[in-house]
Design a protein around this ligand. Structure first.
Ligand code: GLP
Length: 253
């Protein structure tokens, strides 16, 4: 389950290899996408490998994890905007191929319910990319989220608002709510890839490693999935290595 690599670039390379292999054998891949700074090197490398291998992305379908409520797709801090800039425009992925919850829907609960159905009707997600919040959230499933949750509206925790406000001009501009795929939607993906990088993620990486499967550590639900890979760079794995050593990690990989 755990793979420790030197730095974010090496992880980006490995993850992109996995994705391009999948895409070359299944051009109609259903890919679950994540946002956040962790994903930037992954998308940069993925674009490079896709272009290098001249892979066809025209039959790809994408499903993003989440979106802030109140941010229109044109808002520079919206996840729609992030994805366009980081991946969709460079790969010429068309709007029809893309699914992201709409943060400015009139009825956000209805939007959320429809999103889970859309995923199911499309036949589910083949590979889901994930990052992790410093409190263990995946998507925007904050600690305490029920494991059987489908896509839903969430009130963001203070921890998440503080972490993510770095992207906004001021803390007040940071949204208070989001729509996120639920833990159940995420767990239905056939293959899950969690990427954890940077020294600021070392504590949550250790917490996840040590955690029993509990809603208090949302990412711990991944331990119940039969096909999950967790990629850590050395900075994020530091506390785990200090406490448990490489051998134990090798046994878990
Ligand atoms: C946000 C996203 C998550 C992401 C997390 C970590 O909260 N909703 O999907 O994993 O940020 O972000 P970063 O990669 O910037 O640390």
């Amino acid at each position: 389950m755990y793979h420790i690599l030197k730095n974010p670039e090496q992880i980006a390379y490995q993850v992109s290899q996995l994705l391009t292999q999948a895409l070359s054998t299944h051009p109609d891949l259903h890919l679950g996408l994540a946002t956040g700074s962790t994903m930037k090197p992954v998308y940069t490398e993925l674009i490079k490998q896709i272009h290098h291998q001249s892979l066809d992305c025209s039959r790809l379908t994408t499903f993003n994890l989440d979106e802030y409520i109140g941010l229109a797709p044109e808002h520079p801090q919206s996840y729609h905007y992030f994805m366009k800039e980081q991946l969709f425009v460079p790969l010429n992925i068309q709007t029809e191929q893309v699914h992201i919850p709409c943060g400015v829907a009139t009825d956000t609960d209805q939007e959320a319910a429809a999103y889970s159905q859309e995923i199911e009707q499309a036949g589910g997600i083949d590979i889901q990319l994930l990052g992790i919040g410093t409190n263990g959230h995946i998507g925007f499933n904050e600690p305490g989220t029920p494991f059987d949750s489908l896509t839903h509206v969430v009130q963001l925790s203070d921890n998440t608002r503080i972490d993510n406000s770095r992207f906004f001009e001021s803390f007040d501009e940071m949204p208070t709510h989001a729509i996120t795929m639920g833990l159940e939607d995420i767990m239905r993906a056939k293959h899950i890839i969690l990427v954890v990088t940077g020294a600021h993620k070392a504590q949550v990486a250790l917490d996840l490693y040590e955690s029993e499967v509990t809603p208090q550590m949302p990412a711990s639900i991944l331990k119940n999935h039969s096909n999950v890979q967790v990629f850590l760079d050395e900075a994020a794995a530091k506390l785990i290595i200090e406490k448990y050593g490489h051998e134990l990690l090798a046994a878990n990989s």
